[in-house]
Design a protein around this ligand. Sequence first.
Ligand code: PEP
Length: 249
Amino acid sequence: MRSYYIAGNWKMHKTVAESVALAKELKEKLAGCGEKVLVAPAFTALAAVAEALKGSNILLGAQNMGPEEQGAHTGEVSVLMLKDLGVKAVILGHSERRHSYSEGDALINKKVLLALKHGIEPILCVGETLEEREGGTLEAVIGMQVREGLKGVEAAALKSVTIAYEPVWAIGTGKTATPEDADAVHAYIRKVLASLYGETASKSMCIQYGGSVKADNAASLMAKPNIDGALVGGASLKVDTFAPIALFR
Ligand code: PEP
């Protein structure tokens, strides 16, 4: 049976105590959940959440990382530090990083390669703005983000990479792409992947959808053939709104 990958991005929310409380609730509620589930708390809560998740299948993720292994990079958190805490995956190129912190494809690609080098699975986020969609450049934008984000990634490393398609206009807005629209973009991403790595590799890649995913739209989105999971922001902050997404079937 096809398995899905559901990730919760807690963004800049929750103290350490609040993060631990949510992790414990999810551990209990999602015991036995057959999907791959990941939570990405703030850096400050990673160690405590790692401890709270011990004995569960829920994976620990980070929301970003620096582009260097170590050194004089004030304010950055390195891949080695994440690894040390038991982080298994890292969200890279989130639209908030691209748009509020001016992260470009080259920087994101550097982080993708560094994460892979150290055995941390990147979730590479791509997505168009409303202006780009309405201006007819959706495919050009998405194609560029996928190609540049994966530059130098060997075919053998692809199984460790997830792509998250997150239309910028759907993040935190309550607007969701229709399952049909989202699936069409996922299909286009597979086409780009096939041109880079071949059909077989493209078909087996995990592509999550993100953008106002909630319990009431998760099943219809994930029923689509090219949608392999969800990257969830707002609805990942409470057990009552996140657990039903992970338990959607
Ligand atoms: C996100 O931040 O990746 C996201 C999809 O947020 P939301 O679910 O709140 O739209």
